[in-house]
Design a protein around this ligand. Structure first.
Ligand code: FEO
Length: 197
């Protein structure tokens, strides 16, 4: 059974996840207005993810015999100066969610509510992934925003196209077939799928 404090905090998290979902969906509309269709799709999908986060909490609360409650959420911002300012808002959103999840985890531990503590571990891992995802997107947006940065990204894309970024050319056959540098070089691969004898 949930304590009053934990129930209050879990319900607050339900509302925060709903708010994040609404914010990301609204961001997707601004991105569409800028013809950034793929980024808009990313945010639309992410809005769905936040709804999933909300529903997971909602179900957990109800399963304990308590009642989940969704409070009112603020109206999302509709305008952004730049893609970077939008990405900065998204990063702050994730940091805020992480802070609240950490507070929840701490409260569950203090109350020795190990069931809730265990349930929240999924959110701890999820927040780690999401903070990394959004901060790396912001970092890329900032790099691409400069002339030098665009050149670096062009180089990075060339590395991707060359296939040299995958480790298979260097490690896959090591140890089992001796060391033959020509065999592992991408320029010497037989693209018909047959190995030369
Ligand atoms: Fe519900 Fe993006 O964390």
């Amino acid at each position: 059974m949930l304590s009053t404090t934990l129930l209050e905090k879990l319900n607050r998290q339900v509302t925060l996840e709903a708010e994040a979902s609404s914010n990301y969906l609204q961001m997707s509309a601004w991105l569409l207005s800028q013809s950034l269709d793929n980024t808009a799709l990313f945010f639309r999908h992410h809005a769905q993810e936040e709804r999933h986060h909300m529903l997971r909490l909602f179900d957990y609360i109800n399963e304990t015999g308590a009642t989940a409650r969704i409070a009112a959420i603020p109206e999302p911002d509709t305008e952004y100066d730049t893609l970077i300012s939008l990405m900065e808002c998204a990063c702050r959103e994730e940091e805020r969610l992480t802070t609240h999840i950490n507070e929840l985890v701490n409260a569950a531990l203090e109350e020795k509510d190990f069931s809730t503590f265990q349930f929240l571990q999924w959110y701890v891992a999820e927040q780690h992934e999401e903070e990394h995802l959004f901060s790396s997107l912001l970092h890329k947006a900032r790099i691409i925003n400069t002339l030098d940065g665009r050149a670096l990204f062009r180089f990075d894309e060339e590395v991707r196209k060359s296939g040299l970024h995958t480790p298979r050319h260097h490690h896959e056959h090591e140890g089992s077939e001796g060391h033959d540098p020509h065999r592992h070089h991408p320029c010497h691969e037989d693209h018909t799928g047959h190995h030369s004898r």
